[in-house]
Design a protein around this ligand. Structure first.
Ligand code: AMP
Length: 208
């Protein structure tokens, strides 16, 4: 199972990815999680990435592409992978195609988790994230149900940054829907429903 997840920030890509990872043991490659870990660790990459992330802008392709290539080559990706938050623009999608071809791999599907903009704003502003494992839950959950870590509000889930992130999604990432449709890989699931209902459809669409 080699899959790209598409969808606006807050559409539920990470939640569906976590469920697929639990059930099928594939690697969850979330560029947002990888970048947040670099920021937390204070690496050179993290320091550079932080200013873009705080502004709700995309981090330059070169920084992200190297991270993804490294993760795709890791052992846990041999059973398959779910790319969550990557690619974010057409240049990244083209780079991904050639990196996979170099590794004798290809994508099985690009799954769009489709949710309306109004719902997204509401979800993101009430979203809390685990500092340790990245698990997400609505406001009010203070202890991570997955690992017991502390839940916090990401700086970029604050109202002033949410609109920037949605604008970036519309202008740079949404065109990927046509890109993958053209390759015959696109599947669409209605993400504005309870998590388990969405997941049931995801499995059916991916023939799992
Ligand atoms: P996410 O957790 O996927 O919403 O990502 C959080 C932030 O990390 C984004 O708003 C971007 O600043 C940055 N980011 C994550 N993935 C990418 C990517 N593929 N390309 C560029 N920037 C990214």
């Amino acid at each position: 199972m080699n899959i790209v997840l598409l969808g606006a920030p807050g559409a539920g890509k990470g939640t569906q990815a976590q469920k697929l990872v639990e059930e099928f043991g594939v690697a969850h490659i979330s560029t947002g999680d990888l970048l947040r870990a670099a920021v937390k660790a204070g690496t050179k990459l993290g320091v550079k990435a932080k200013e873009y992330m705080d502004a709700g802008q995309l981090v330059p392709d070169k920084l992200v592409v190297d991270l993804v290539k490294e993760r795709l080559a890791a052992d846990d990706a041999k059973k398959g992978f779910i790319l969550d938050g990557f690619p974010r623009n057409t240049a990244q999608a083209v780079t991904l195609d050639s990196a996979l071809a170099d590794m004798d791999l290809s994508l099985d599907a690009a799954l769009l988790v489709d949710v309306k903009a109004e719902v997204i704003v509401e979800r993101l502003s009430s979203r809390r994230t685990c500092r340790d494992c990245g698990y997400t839950a609505p406001a009010g959950v203070d202890v991570c149900p997955s690992c017991g870590g502390e839940m916090y509000q990401r700086d970029d889930d604050k109202p002033e940054t949410i609109q920037n992130r949605l604008n970036v999604y519309e202008s740079q990432t949404a065109p990927l829907v046509e890109y993958y449709k053209g390759k015959g890989l696109l599947k669409v699931v209605d993400g504005d429903r309870p998590v388990d209902d969405v997941y049931a459809d995801v499995k059916e669409l991916l023939a799992l």
